[in-house]
Design a protein around this ligand. Structure first.
Ligand code: ZN
Ligand code: ZN
Length: 219
């Protein structure tokens, strides 16, 4: 087998290791893997970025109507060059197989959660172009179960007046299914925090009590 990212030959993992140790066959080589940088040390308790205490972004969010929505957040990797390359291949070359790259890390982080995992949904139009929802694929590959309670709204930013854009329309709406009390929102990339907070706001309105989130990458 060869590395999905650089084609280098990978060491063979005997299948019994998978049976007894829950190991997965690595799909990328150590060199490619070492390009991804884990976030470590002191982090913001609300979003998981490197910061002592609440980071500047979260401090800002806590002054808005989105204050108090999130209990905690974790992000695993920095959005460095290696990660940008990975996301480029994954999202735009539709290489579904790459969803297996972070299987072990995801299982380590998420398999013991007592909350219900809720993937941040993708816009239905985008889904058509891309043919798959990457967050669902990543969770499927890791064998983690999840439920959807949100649908992405049909807002098209470009057709709005400036004033309409400034008022930040809701990005999601509730799909009507009974919402569990404890939710762990999962997304691939956290950049401004807008997506996660919009999703959390809608879930809280629908009855969720405790919302945390997990993202693979922190932009
Ligand atoms: Zn490689
Ligand atoms: Zn933060």
């Amino acid at each position: 087998m060869n590395c999905y990212l650089c084609e280098r030959v990978l060491p063979f993992l005997p299948s019994w290791r998978g049976l007894f140790f829950n190991d997965f066959q690595q799909v990328i080589c150590e060199k490619c893997k070492s390009g991804f940088e884990r976030i470590s040390g002191v982090v913001c308790p609300m979003c998981g970025s490197a910061s002592e205490g609440l980071c500047k972004d979260c401090l800002y969010w806590e002054t808005t109507e989105y204050a108090g929505l999130l209990r905690s957040g974790t992000s695993l990797y920095y959005y460095n060059e290696a990660m940008k390359d990975y996301l480029h291949q994954y999202k735009f070359l539709k290489d579904i197989v790459l969803s297996e790259v972070f299987v072990s890390e995801l299982r380590n982080e998420l398999s013991r959660t007592k909350a219900i995992i809720v993937p941040v949904p993708m816009h239905p139009h985008k889904m058509k172009e891309r043919t798959f929802s990457q967050v669902d694929c990543i969770l499927d590959a890791a064998g983690l179960s999840y439920s959807h309670y949100l649908t992405k709204s049909e807002q098209v930013q470009g057709k709005k007046t400036k004033r309409e854009r400034m008022s930040t329309p809701d990005l999601f709406f509730w799909n009507g299914r009974a919402v569990p009390e404890k939710i762990l929102l999962v997304d691939d990339l956290y950049t401004t925090g807008t997506t996660i907070r919009h999703a959390a706001k809608e879930l809280k309105k629908a009855g969720a009590v405790e919302i945390s989130f997990f993202t693979l990458i922190r932009g």
